[in-house]
Design a protein around this ligand. Structure first.
Ligand code: UD1
Length: 421
C-alpha cells in the first residue's frame, strides 16, 4: 500500500459551491442488502471510495456480479455462491461485517473473519449477535472467525442495550426474510437506517419505523431487484461547512438533506457563524472569530461522533474554552496529539477534551491515524499559517470522494504526493 501525503498551503479563503457525494455509511449497508435479492439492483450516487471498492470485493468474493460506472453500481446477486469473507477483506474494512444479516437470510450460513479493534476503539459485536440469536441464528467463534448459521429464521422481539447502527442494520437485513414479525426496540435512528428501510421496501420487504426507536419487520418469502439513489453524505457536508468557517470563507454545499445536518448547523450558529439553508443546499459565511461552545457526541439525532474531530479542529481557533465529550467511542482523541503539533491547546480528561482557543494554528508535519482524524487535520491545514504536510491520506480516501478536486475548485492550494512503498 502506498501512503500518500498532502502538501497544503494554509490561509486561503475558500469560496464557491461544492456538491456532496452519496453517503458511504448508507451505501455500504445498501450494497450488503443487495445480497438478499435474487435479481439485479441498481444503486445510484455511490461514491467512488476505497471502502466502497472493498465492499465490491466482498460481494464479488461471495459470487455477486458487479458493474461500477461513474457513480452507478449494478449488483447482480442471482449468481451468489460463496459464504466466506476472509481475513484479508475484513482487515481492509470492518464494514464488511454488514454482510452477516443478508447472508444468513439468503444463504442460511456465513463465515466471516472477526473484525479486530481499530484506531478509535475495540468495536464489539455483542448486540449484533444478541439480535441474530433471537431470530434463530447460531453463532460460533473459532480461530478468529465468526460462523453464523440458521436452518430457518423466525421473527423475534429484540431489545438493543445500545442503539448500535451496524447491529440494527444486520438485524433488519436478516429479519426481512424471516417467518413472522420482528420488533427491534431501542433501534438506531440514523438517516442511513431509513435509507436501508427504503431500499428493502422497494425490494419487496415490509419494514416500518426506521428513524424511530422501534422498527417492525414483517417477513416476506422473497426479494427482488430494484433501483435506488443513496442519500447524501451528512458527514462530508458538515466537513465542508466547517471549512468555510475555518478559512473565513463563503461556501454553498449542494446536495444536502438539511434535517440530517441539523446538529451541525445548530452548533455552527451557536458559535456565531451565519448559516442559511435553501432547499437542498446550505451556505456558510463567516468572518473573524467563532465563539467557543461545548459538544457531546450522542446517537442520532444527537451530535455525530463522526463530526467530533472536525469540530475539535474548528474549536482550536475559537474565542474561549470549549469542552468536547466523546460518549460513543472510547478512544476517539487520536487527532489531539497532532492538533497540538499545529499549536492547538488541548488537554484530555477521560472522555472529555478541554480546548483553549488560540489565535491561529501553525502548519506542521502531521499524520492522519483514521478517517475523521484525517479530516480534522485537513481542515486545520487549510486554516493554518504556512504549509502543512499531512501523512496518511489513505485514511481520508476511505470517506471523501474527489477531495482534492473539490477543494482546489474552492480555492485551496494543495498537492497530493504519491509515495512509493
Ligand atoms: C457506524 C458508522 C460509523 C459511526 C458509528 C456511530 C458505518 C459503516 N459506520 O459504525 O462511521 O462512527 O456508526 O455513529 O455506518 N457497540 C457495542 N456492541 C455492538 C455494537 C456496537 O458495544 O454489538 C458499541 C461500539 O463499540 C460503539 C457504539 O456501540 O462504542 C456505537 O457503535 P455502532 O453504532 O455499532 O457503530 P458502527 O455501526 O460500527
Amino acid at each position: 500500500m502506498t501512503m500518500d501525503r498532502y502538501v497544503i498551503t494554509g490561509k486561503q479563503r475558500l469560496e464557491g459551491r461544492v456538491r456532496t457525494s452519496g453517503a458511504k455509511n448508507a451505501a455500504l449497508p445498501l450494497m450488503a442488502a443487495t445480497i438478499l435479492s435474487e435479481g439485479k439492483t441498481v444503486l445510484q450516487g455511490v461514491p467512488r471510495l476505497s471502502d466502497i471498492m472493498h465492499m465490491i470485493g466482498v460481494l464479488n468474493k461471495l459470487g455477486c456480479q458487479t458493474e461500477f460506472k461513474d457513480n452507478e453500481l449494478v449488483i447482480d446477486s442471482s449468481t451468489l455462491n460463496g459464504s466466506t469473507v476472509d481475513e484479508e477483506l475484513m482487515r481492509k474494512m470492518r464494514g464488511s461485517n454488514l454482510v452477516l444479516g443478508p447472508m444468513i437470510a439468503r444463504n442460511g450460513r456465513v463465515k466471516i473473519s472477526r473484525p479486530g479493534g481499530c484506531a478509535i476503539g475495540t468495536r464489539p459485536m455483542d448486540q449484533h449477535f444478541k439480535g441474530l440469536k433471537e431470530l434463530g441464528v447460531t453463532i460460533q467463534e473459532r480461530h478468529g472467525y465468526i460462523e453464523a448459521a440458521a436452518k430457518k429464521l423466525k421473527g423475534g422481539e429484540i431489545y438493543l442495550d445500545i442503539p448500535s447502527v451496524g447491529a440494527t442494520e444486520n438485524i433488519m437485513t436478516a429479519a426481512v426474510l424471516a417467518e413472522g414479525t420482528t420488533m427491534i426496540r431501542n433501534a438506531a435512528r440514523e438517516p442511513e437506517i431509513v435509507d436501508l428501510q427504503n431500499l428493502l421496501n422497494k425490494m419487496g420487504a415490509k419494514v416500518r419505523g426506521a428513524g424511530t426507536h422501534i422498527i417492525r419487520i414483517d417477513g416476506v418469502k422473497k426479494l427482488n431487484g430494484t433501483e435506488h439513489a443513496v442519500i447524501p453524505d451528512r458527514i462530508e457536508a458538515g466537513t465542508h461547512l466547517i471549512a468555510a468557517v475555518m478559512t473565513g470563507g463563503d461556501i454553498t454545499v449542494e446536495n444536502v438533506i438539511p434535517e440530517h445536518i441539523s446538529p451541525v448547523i445548530a452548533k455552527l450558529r451557536q458559535g456565531g457563524a451565519e448559516v442559511t439553508v435553501n432547499g437542498e443546499s446550505a451556505r456558510v459565511r463567516h468572518k473573524g472569530k467563532l465563539k467557543a461552545f461545548d459538544i457531546k457526541t450522542l446517537p442520532y439525532p444527537g451530535f455525530p461522533t463522526d463530526m467530533q474531530p472536525q469540530f475539535m479542529a474548528l474549536l482550536t481557533m475559537a474565542e474561549g474554552t470549549s469542552i468536547v465529550t466523546e460518549t460513543i467511542f472510547e478512544n476517539r482523541f487520536q487527532h489531539v496529539a497532532e492538533l497540538t503539533r499545529m499549536g492547538a491547546k488541548i488537554t484530555i480528561e477521560g472522555r472529555a477534551a478541554i480546548i483553549c482557543g488560540v489565535p491561529t494554528l501553525e502548519g506542521a508535519f502531521v499524520e492522519a491515524t483514521d478517517l475523521r482524524a484525517g479530516a480534522a487535520l485537513f481542515l486545520s491545514a487549510l486554516a493554518a499559517e504556512e504549509g502543512t504536510v499531512l501523512e496518511g491520506v489513505d485514511h481520508i480516501d476511505r470517506g471523501y470522494e474527489n477531495l482534492e478536486e473539490k477543494y482546489r475548485a474552492l480555492g485551496a492550494k494543495l498537492q497530493r504526493v504519491v509515495k512509493q512503498p
